[in-house]
Design a protein around this ligand. Sequence first.
Ligand SMILES: [Zn+2]
Length: 418
Amino acid sequence: MTPRLWAAVALGGLVVALLVAAVLLVPWHRPPAPRADQLDALRDLPQEQVRKGREFHSALRPGSYGAMLLGLAVTLALGLTPLGSRLVELVGRPFGDNWVARAVLGGLAVVLVAEIITLPLAAWRHTIVVRYGLSTQTWAGWAVDVLKSYAVSAIIAAIALLGFYTITRLAPRWWWAFGAAGAAALVVLLSFILPVLVEPVFNKFTPMEQGPLRTELMSLAQRDGVPVKDVLVADASRRTRAVNAYVSGLGPTRRIVVYDTLLREAPPEEVTSVVAHELGHAKDRDVFTGSLLGALGAAAAVVALYLLGGWGWLLRTAGVDSIGEPRALALMLAVVSLAGIVAAPAQSLVSRRVEARADAHALELTGDPGTFESMQRRLSTVNLGDPDPPRWEYLYSASHPSTVERMAAARAYARGER
Ligand SMILES: [Zn+2]
């Protein structure tokens, strides 16, 4: 068998493994609450709040989708014409024209072009978020955040690019196998290690002061069988009024993180309800599920790219000789971006089902649907959410059930429907 045939077999195996993992690990059996109940919940919300949330999201949409389309257009223009390969050559030339300079600096340049061209749209979004009072960040603070996130992405991208092109050089016929394993390992590593490494770049964390809330959260975790090391407070208020909480770390390093904004905005029993949802993610090992699906998807993508590299027309269009050379990076990015846009609705659906399970866990653990519902209302109000977003947007990109779905789920629980 040739490497190409092996790759086709491996791709088939990875796709089957991805489907089997998705069928077994995603809680598909938890459909949203009936639409009639959702509409009841919507009627119970203050109309002024619903109107403001909708207005805010309509104001954001042109910037968000504009950036998405413009970013895609730039990526396709670089990847599906010889422009991208020329850019990689051009950037590598002053640094000795060797493959390392092309792979790392050329690769970063290709990524940076799309980022910089869409930056004005990101700035426009920032003005809207400030105008609606959700962001508390100055332009200086915003710019520092942008630079920090570029730096973090550049470090990760440099490591990935250097690793990938080392493999394509050492194993020109079998790189897809090593590359698939490497991509899968990188996804797993990033989903477990990145939060712990990257969170401190953007926020400060301090242990929650001793008191009834801290005691309650620790004992909630204990009761749930999800031991946590500490409860930390993040200084989210330095950039936003939005409220949130999450659980990060594994086993002995696991900690509950609560935004300082949440402590300011919500009464203690609602904080407990949010944390109960987050403990649900830890208990059901949702990070593991997410990273397993991500790892299989990434491995399949690498093998698919290798197989696409056999398509002469595509290589000629991009002005490259082989998909495994650094000059073909823009072509790879173009293919991956297109695949990402196609895969987004499936990813959102999986995420919503996992989030609905964490909601059900919070209801079970606290046994308090009334507080859960008032917490959902508060999250939506403070975060300027659209409690019942347009259907197309919900299907394409909603990572969580809508506020009215979550309220309806709490009411179903209160009626005794489990
Ligand atoms: Zn969640």
